[in-house]
Write a protein that binds this ligand. Structure first.
Ligand code: DC
Length: 213
């Protein structure tokens, strides 16, 4: 059984997908972490994120794995390194690269072939797993998402203002929604959940009720 949970940054989809996978006792795949790992490889390789050919080659050469909730790049755990502001800033540019998407979609489908999975991202229901049994698109107002992201960043020691976080979130949304290849959008058969006024537990309960009626 494949369950896809797509949605924009700050919608809570990662936390929801992880909790849902634990509840259902199936694997969890964070595809955003894979795009972030490519962005990190681009930074490490000293390439310009706008150099499509160089970025495509770096993605093709990189060994990126997401196993047991651990993201590795060329054999090294990079959980913290992929969450820096530098990686976040270029991840949506790198994610618009066609070669990068082709490669990561292959890797994601290979994970899907290994058995039941809750997978989260932007295109999991629309492109990567069009035949998934259950598809959800989790969203929230830009203000609610910016507040959540700001809270997380402050807890992690950042001093960014709410206004800056909101602007960066909107820039990333715009890039993810307007790219040519696999733009962020709900699959036509996805259930859309607006979580602006819902807690994480409420969202997980709502999805569980639909998956396990
Ligand atoms: O969910 P996230 O913030 O970790 O995602 C990082 C970037 O990768 C974000 O800009 C969107 C992009 N992404 C994507 O294009 N497709 C996916 N399936 C997952 C993430």
């Amino acid at each position: 059984m494949i369950i896809t949970i797509d949605g924009p940054a700050g919608s809570g989809k990662s936390t929801v997908a992880k909790l849902l996978a634990e509840r259902l006792n199936v694997r969890f795949l964070d595809t955003g972490a894979m795009y972030r790992a490519v962005a990190l490889a681009v930074l490490q390789g000293g390439a310009e994120e706008s150099d499509a050919q160089a970025v495509g080659k770096i993605a093709g050469d990189a060994d990126i794995r997401f196993d047991d909730e651990t993201i590795t790049l060329n054999g090294n755990g990079v959980a913290a390194e992929i969450r820096t502001p530098e990686v976040t800033a270029i991840s949506s540019v790198v994610a618009a690269n066609t070669d990068v998407r082709t490669r990561l979609v292959e890797l994601q489908r290979a994970v899907g072939r290994q058995g039941s999975l809750v997978t989260e991202g932007r295109d999991q229901g629309s492109v990567v797993f069009p035949d998934a049994e259950f598809k959800f698109f989790v969203t929230a107002s830009v203000d609610a998402r910016a507040r959540r992201r700001h809270r997380e960043l402050i807890a992690g020691g950042s001093s960014l203002t709410l206004a800056t976080v909101r602007t960066q979130l909107q820039q990333r949304d715009a890039r993810d929604e307007n790219r040519q290849h696999a733009p962020m959008k709900p699959a036509t058969d996805a259930v859309i959940l607006d979580t602006s006024d819902m807690s994480i537990v409420q969202v997980v309960n709502a999805i569980t009720a639909m998956v396990e009626p």
